[in-house]
Design a binder for this molecule. Structure first.
Ligand code: PLP
Length: 359
């Protein structure tokens, strides 16, 4: 590790292996399918490790991420975002020719466009109806899911497979207790959706939810058949704040070098917004935790510099520090490779194959 240039995204292999095994174990104990979201790492080797640990398939947010994973041999992919517009619909249909694909819809127009493209190729695609679990992003209202599913059933080229939702609002609370309460409210909305389906006599094969910080609750909630958790693979300060991980579970750190200590009570490192991301953690100041300097705060980020307000021990010129990020999910899109480390030695250098795949 001492030979690595900075900034570098360093992955603790022991922790990653434990995180993968723990989530796989939770899902298996409760008889729930785990379909990890690979937006959290964008690395083929890590997707393979998750599949080998028992994941039934993977989740991608973007079609281009799914294309990369399919090219690498992953065969069962859910794209957990709406596919809209003729260019994407054609790409979706192309991909459906080579892998077992599932799509997500929340509008009849969107579903019809996808259905038409699939039907013209003689294919039928599994579709999950997205339900708004309270995140107020995409998704039909829980009470409308039954009627929507009935309309979906009449669209050629698509096959109703069930429902999905993302309970992302759980991360906005400042207290751990809020996470559980918000998750419970989200799953009440899911229950309403399931009642709405039952009223029209439709049985979902798949009932899929997402968030890492709600995984324990999700695994206990009747009716849920699948979890799409992603962040658990590395964890970060957001997961620590949400109570779903300890600092010792955080597997990804940004290795950085102190460039300047010219200003009093300040140290400047070579990791800025591009290497650490501007994501914030509720209830915690700054842009990450500098290990060994826990009292100090990364106060400000410009693109390539991080400005630390120093408390406690001073920083040395040229000192190399590991930073636990607030959120790793945007910063994995900034590094072209990540380095897997065990006992201070580099064991793996993984290309971030789906880096930049935002289309
Ligand atoms: C639709 C969807 N599912 C699953 C996830 C994974 O959630 P988490 O990062 O909490 O594991 C995300 C994350 O953004 C998401 O948007």
């Amino acid at each position: 590790v001492d030979d690595l240039d900075t900034p570098t995204l360093v992955i603790d292999l022991g922790r990653v292996e434990r995180n993968i095994a723990n989530m796989a174990g939770l899902a298996a104990r409760h008889g729930i399918a785990l379909r990890p979201h690979v937006k959290s790492h964008k690395v083929v080797a890590l997707a393979r490790m998750q599949l080998e640990a028992g994941a039934t398939g993977i989740t991608c947010q973007k079609l281009s991420e799914a294309e990369v994973m399919a090219d690498a041999g992953v065969t069962d992919i859910l794209i957990a975002a709406q596919i809209v517009g003729p260019i994407k619909v054609q790409r979706l249909a192309d991909l459906a020719m080579i892998v077992k694909l599932t799509t997500v819809v929340d509008s009849v127009e969107g579903a019809q466009a996808i259905g038409a493209a699939l039907k013209s190729r003689g294919l039928e695609l599994d579709a999950l109806v997205e339900v708004d679990l309270g995140f107020q992003r995409c998704g039909v209202a829980p009470t409308d899911v039954g009627e929507f599913a009935t309309r979906l059933a009449a669209i050629p080229g698509l096959r109703f497979a069930g429902v999905m939702g993302y309970e992302g609002q759980i991360y906005s609370g400042a207290h751990i207790g809020d996470v559980a309460a918000e998750a419970e409210r989200a799953y009440e909305r899911l229950d309403i959706a399931l009642v709405s389906l039952a009223r029209v006599g439709v049985v979902p094969r798949c009932v899929s939810v997402g968030a890492t910080a709600a995984a324990r609750l999700a695994s206990l909630h009747p009716g849920i058949t699948e979890m799409r958790c992603g962040s658990y693979i590395f964890n970060d300060l957001t997961q620590v704040a949400a109570g779903s991980a300890l600092l010792e579970d955080c597997a990804a750190t940004v290795l950085s070098t102190v460039l300047s200590i010219a200003r009093r009570r300040s140290a400047v490192i070579d990791a800025g917004a591009k290497a650490l991301s501007l994501a914030q953690t509720p209830g915690r100041p700054g842009y990450g935790l500098v290990l060994g300097h826990e009292a100090s705060t990364i106060k400000r980020l410009s693109d390539e510099h991080g400005i630390i307000e120093v408390h406690g021990g001073p920083f040395r010129m040229g000192e190399r520090v590991h930073i636990v990020p607030n959120s790793h999910t945007t910063l994995v899109n900034e590094f072209s490779e990540m380095v897997g480390v065990r006992d201070g030695r580099v064991e793996e250098v993984w290309p971030v194959a789906a880096r930049g795949c935002i289309q």
